[in-house]
Design a protein around this ligand. Structure first.
Ligand code: TYD
Length: 134
């Protein structure tokens, strides 16, 4: 398994649903940054990168999307369609997001501020990087 899912408590009642997430307590890092992906156009894949240090939790808070993961040894296709569930991605994982539903909103919790130098944007460089790390 390349990445684990984290189950959050969902407070559901007649008004709807509320999910609360706290750094360290519900996700395994202090949250320094959040961003979200929405208004997705069909047939576009996003991502195509890995991170040297950054850890993230991906939550599809509305709609659904697929996530392709690759750790250099195996790949996985994961469906995200539950707003009370997060996908925990450690560093050194190549990811691509695809098949976004029209209404999909993908929320990302990140352990660090945005840092372009933490990105590995070429798949060949990713394979070289993880082989060096071993
Ligand atoms: P990009 O890396 O292309 O997104 P994805 O990984 O989903 O393919 O990011 C799109 C733009 O947003 C790019 O110009 C960088 C910018 N950006 C930030 O400024 N801060 C952030 O935290 C992130 C994730 C992206």
């Amino acid at each position: 398994m390349i990445a684990k899912k984290i189950k959050f408590t969902s407070f559901d009642d007649e008004r709807g649903s509320l999910v609360a997430i706290e750094g360290i307590k519900n996700v395994p890092f202090e949250i320094k940054r959040i961003y979200y992906i929405s208004k997705n156009k069909k047939n576009f894949r996003r991502g195509f990168h890995a991170h040297k240090n950054l850890k993230q939790v991906l939550i599809c808070v509305n709609g659904s999307c697929m996530v392709h993961l690759d750790n250099g040894f195996e790949t996985e296709e994961i469906l995200l369609n539950n707003s009370a569930e997060g996908l925990y991605l450690e560093n050194n994982i190549w990811r691509e997001m695809y098949n976004f539903s029209d209404d999909a909103v993908l929320l990302v919790l990140a352990s660090e501020y945005y840092d372009e130098s933490d990105y590995i944007r070429k798949y060949d460089d990713f394979l070289k990087f993880i082989n060096k790390e071993k």
